[in-house]
Write a protein that binds this ligand. Structure first.
Ligand code: DAH
Length: 355
């Protein structure tokens, strides 16, 4: 093979390499030129067959071709690599001017987390959950609670009655969680301390009433329980729930199922008792009803009223939520406005720990 032929091989190889447009083809070209059986490798292999005087010059020439082709391959490789990288960067480009995608995290409704807060506060002073029925017989919602048929207190509850057959006992959507007291005392032996938290219904809808709302009921039954235990329990309940020193005040009041009965106020949380719009300048906010369980109620449940005394209390969950979190309109709880839920909803601790 003469110099011209070698030059031709070199030029052709360099031209081919220059026209390759991707790294796979380039690699294939490298193999066909410089690989084990490549064209240039074959030429080098022929050296052994040449006469010693030809071997030197031919060897030098083939090596030169090898160096040139190797360098052409490398240059092309660098160029193609840069091109491919640029292409990749362009296709994966991130438009940092686009609005960010936010993780949408569901939040607990204030009514739900206030029910949990209340349960946790009362749970710490020994009250256990008791589950009640929402569709209740007239007996458990009223009669057993010392509210017989002709009792004027019935009129205070705008009751939803459920159609029943003529021979069936009248059923209602419970108007209060106090019905759970009766079931609890019927089914369990004292001493006992229960709380029941859940939905109640009244046929009433205006700025300060919704037809469905939530209450918490507490009941304790034991020997030697007195009004002081009730007051102490409520003081602790209020202080722990509102997470600050709150004053409480008990005013005599009437509920048919307790005697004596009391309405319980807390010192206004918004003006520290000085008087403001929210407490109607009284310095006090009404939060719950309570009292010592009426002996008629104990009797109705088969509890020996000579041996056992009980105290009970009931509060509205929405009212507790409004006072603690400064929510000023009851209707907001049920309108499902996203802005309200975003603002007043809470990410449960178990979820936020994972964020
Ligand atoms: N059930 C009453 C209501 O719905 C609240 C209540 C008052 C519950 C006094 C009680 C209580 O347990 O002792 O208005």
């Amino acid at each position: 093979m003469d110099t011209m032929e070698l030059n031709n091989i070199q030029n052709k190889a360099i031209e081919t390499v220059a026209n390759l447009n991707n790294l796979q083809d380039l690699e294939a070209a490298r193999v066909s030129l410089l690989g084990k059986n490549g064209q240039i490798t074959q030429l080098l292999k022929q050296l052994g067959t040449l006469a010693p005087e030809d071997r030197k010059t031919f060897g030098q020439q083939v090596n030169k071709v090898k160096v040139e082709v190797t360098s052409a391959l490398e240059k092309r490789k660098n160029k193609l690599e840069i091109e491919e990288l640029n292409k990749k960067l362009a296709s994966e480009a991130v438009d940092i001017t686009l609005p960010a995608t936010h993780k949408v995290i569901g939040k607990m409704h204030p009514v739900s987390y206030v029910m949990e807060e209340v349960a946790s506060v009362l749970g710490k002073v020994g009250f256990n959950h008791a589950v009640g029925k929402e569709i209740e017989t007239d007996f458990y919602n009223f009669t057993a609670l010392n509210i017989p048929d002709d009792h004027p207190a019935r009129q205070d509850h705008d009751t939803f009655y459920i159609k029943t057959k003529d021979d069936e006992e009248r059923k209602v959507l419970r108007t209060q969680t106090s019905n759970v007291q009766i079931h609890t005392m019927e089914d369990n032996k004292p001493p006992l301390r229960i709380m029941s938290i859940g939905r109640v219904y009244r046929c009433d809808s205006d700025v300060t009433h919704t037809p469905q709302f939530h209450q918490v009921e507490g009941l304790a039954l034991d020997t030697n329980l007195h009004f002081g235990h009730l007051k102490g329990t409520l003081q602790k309940f209020m202080t722990d729930y509102f997470e600050r020193d709150v004053k409480i005040r008990m005013r005599p009041s009437y509920f048919p199922f307790v005697e004596p009965g009391t309405e319980v106020d807390i010192g206004c949380l918004f003006c520290n008792g000085e008087g403001c719009r929210i407490c109607s300048n009284t310095g006090w906010l009404e939060v719950l009803g309570a009292g010592m369980v009426h002996r008629n109620v104990l009797k109705n449940c088969g509890v020996d009223s000579e041996k056992y005394q009980g105290f009970a209390f009931g509060a509205g969950i929405e009212r507790l939520a409004m006072l603690k979190y400064g929510i000023n309109d009851l209707r907001l709880f049920y309108e499902s406005q996203e802005a309200f839920l975003n603002h007043f909803g809470k990410v449960p601790a178990s979820v936020s720990a994972k964020l």
